[in-house]
Design a protein around this ligand. Structure first.
Ligand code: SAM
Length: 290
């Protein structure tokens, strides 16, 4: 009798060195390729829907991507309140871009992604993540290394969103001080940069590294939290760097009126969640406040 086809499980390798992995059954592999920058696989999983992993690290899943993309985008834009120009570094799947272009007040979005293969294949195999945002006339899509872009550009941005991979492979340069300094020089006065800084319970050193560098560059170096089920190990930290001390504590009533004026609905973000996201548990404060 013919053997049943062997199940394929995609292993999350982010914490392999520390002795922890988890895995997702690949009910159907939609695409897999060594893109020249990184290994890319897009597959269907019964619980999380369609997923993408880069170099064995979960990047995005259809089921929980809204949490990360809403919190990385609406917190800085609504805290700032007068955003005209946004820079996205990375973000190849288009989820951040989708949330940015929902803000009609945003006049221009520059997105700098190092690997066109990610954008191509996400548009084809994960179209729901970008949901047509790549066609937005306000977008300037640049295929380049984000670290080089911020060194060379003379453009200025009110918000910079670093939706990078983890500090492995091409993403490693996006965690260096020279990148943060060059990005800071691209911010308008009172602008803010937010960074994907992993799960502090599992990757505390990553957040500590960013905060230590931010402290040498910005008046405010902190983070806020959101819990994304497939970024295992507890809440994820989003690094926060700005010279405007008021941005972290915009009154709830003001956030509520800005969110109402933005005129769109969300599935995770609310003004109350925005405020609460900056209430850090002791073990994260111990990283941020040293
Ligand atoms: N949401 C995911 C997360 O939280 O880990 C990350 C999303 S997105 C897939 C990460 C993107 O960063 C990828 O498309 C990758 O190609 C891009 N990337 C990595 N290094 C980069 C660099 N130096 N410059 C620009 N984009 C980069």
């Amino acid at each position: 009798m013919a053997e049943a086809p062997k199940e394929r499980w995609v292993v999350e390798t982010l914490y392999e060195k520390e002795g922890f992995t988890c895995s997702f059954r690949a009910d159907e592999v939609r695409y897999e390729e060594e893109t020249g920058q990184q290994h890319l696989v897009i597959f269907d999983n019964a619980l999380f829907g369609r997923m993408m992993a880069l170099d064995g690290i979960t990047q995005v899943t259809e089921r929980d991507e809204f949490i990360y993309h809403e919190m990385m985008t609406h917190v800085p834009i609504l805290a700032h309140g007068r955003v005209k120009n946004v820079l996205i570094i990375g973000g190849g799947d288009g989820g951040i871009l989708r949330e940015v272009v929902r803000h009609k007040s945003v006049g221009h979005v520059t997105m700098v992604e190092i690997d066109p293969a990610v954008t191509d294949f996400c548009k084809k195999h994960l179209p729901g993540i970008s949901a047509g945002a790549f066609d937005d006339p306000r977008l300037d899509l640049v295929f380049a290394d984000g670290a080089k872009f911020v060194e060379e550009t003379d453009r200025k941005f009110d918000v910079i969103i670093v939706d990078s991979t983890d500090p492995v492979g091409p993403g490693e340069v996006l965690f260096r001080e020279e990148f943060y300094r060059a990005a800071a020089s691209c911010l308008t006065p009172g602008g803010v940069i937010v960074t994907q800084n992993g799960v502090p319970f599992m990757q505390g050193a990553e957040l500590a590294g960013t905060i230590e560098k931010f402290r040498r560059i910005f008046k405010v170096a902190s983070c806020y939290l959101a819990t994304i089920p497939t970024y295992v190990g507890g809440p994820m930290a989003m690094g926060w760097g700005t010279d405007d001390e008021t941005l972290k504590s915009v009154p709830l009533a003001e956030l509520e009126s800005r969110f109402a004026a933005a005129g769109f609905s969300t599935r995770y973000y609310t003004p109350e969640v925005h405020k609460a996201a900056f209430a850090l548990p002791r073990y994260v404060l111990d990283i941020v406040e040293v």
